[in-house]
Write a protein that binds this ligand. Sequence first.
Ligand code: NG6
Ligand code: CA
Length: 506
Amino acid sequence: MNLKLYKSFLGAFILLVNLSCKNNTSTVIDKDTIKPNVVVIYLDDLGYGDLSCYGATAIKTPNIDNLALGGVKFTNGYATSATCTPSRYALLTGMYPWRNKDAKILPGDAPLLIDTKQQTLPKMLSKAGYQTAIIGKWHLGLGSGFVNWNETIKPGPNEVGFDEAYILAATQDRVPTVYIENGNVVNLDKSDPIEVNYKKNFEGEPTAKSNPEMLTMKWHHGHNNSIVNGIPRIGYMKGGDAAKWSDVDMADHFLSKAQNYIKTHKEKPFFLYYAMQQPHVPRTPHPRFVGKSGMGPRGDVILEADWCIGEFIKTLEDEGILENTLIVFSSDNGPVLNDGYFDDAVEKLGNHDPKGGLRGGKYSLFEAGTRIPFITYWKGKINPGVSDAIICQMDLLASLADLVGVNEKPTDSKNFLNTLMGVSDKGRDHLIIEAKSNTALRSGDWIMIPPYKGQSINKKVGTETGYSLEYKLYNLKNDIGQQNNLAKENPEKLKELIQIFENLKQ
Ligand code: NG6
Ligand code: CA
């Protein structure tokens, strides 16, 4: 049979299987023979409305749009949390972060949050023979108390399942501003040791307050401790000059590490967690992206991230492994404009809506805090389309375990492999979302936010928190912007959701 004919037979066969598997439990994947590479591309603070494939018109993200076009674009995809550390904890462990009281935004010198005995996504994939790596932002703590940055730092990503780890410890705005490779600070000059303190400065070291003339970026709130590359950071750091990263080169740096990883590991299946730093603050686009969005640095770094993803995918293609790689694209929490620096994000926003019509934003229990872009892509294998199924990043653990044939101890993660593959519409019935340790319940079309004390508006960043002293109940099907609180009008539904919420939380 000639190749063309064979391909069209194969195409028709896949289509038939796809159709017969809609809403069914079996997948189109031949799990015994296929172990695709798995890449999770995870952005930091990218909002539901920040991509052109999710409706943005003022910004164009063609490379991410291609993933959405050829894959499944989820309209009800969730991070567990409205901030970074808890969402990443859930992504990697399959556990709700509110079960771990320490799963909050961590300082750069916090101990490792994940128990080294805990199940994790990379450990599970290792059992199936995968090579595993993280490249990018970690923010899940390092060491087990005091960290000596001048020696090998343990435990960390390597101890929770990653064979290789090339990370920034916490966030781009937190010290230490150095890369760490498998526990060792990259380019460390032992004669200039690194010291880090989150409580007090080191004598004589400049800070944003003592030496404002050294700043190239101004702080708005927080971010007034040590200065690195003219940017004021959270926390104090001394020494380690040769090891300090270049902020404007960070995106290129992580990209080249990621490209190099796939080039050198393509002989066996790999799992790569490519945790990009954009568009978290400080937003530092490479000069070739400066001014390109017309929206200031926040828009520019989104374009930069999209470009990086395009280059990364080209590399998969050039290496001949794109067809054998499942890509999951998402973001750790919703968008924020002013997150502590004056960087024109508010002033130059124009008519762009990073929230994509949702209410709230980063730090918020309203939808924009946790509902984020979520795309799965596997060239030639995924049934492309748009899915309204409720799906959470936490579900990757159980779903991928099914894909690679590993039996997992139950966690909060649920198996939605068929949904991720675009052959089922089935999603979660319920999901508990979290913002700063307060939780709410998404159930079907409904969301119920219990009463919480606390400011209804986070005044510094300018977003609504979702906290108030009364119950809130919204029907997202016809009120995606959460404008009509139906708690009083619909006490039956409210009661039902409170009951489910309480059962799930036990
Ligand atoms: C906050 C920081 C914010 C950001 C956030 C973590 C201040 C005033 N604000 O405490 O700038 O770093 O922590 O963001 O310090 S996250 O995406 O990693 O959760
Ligand atoms: Ca984040």
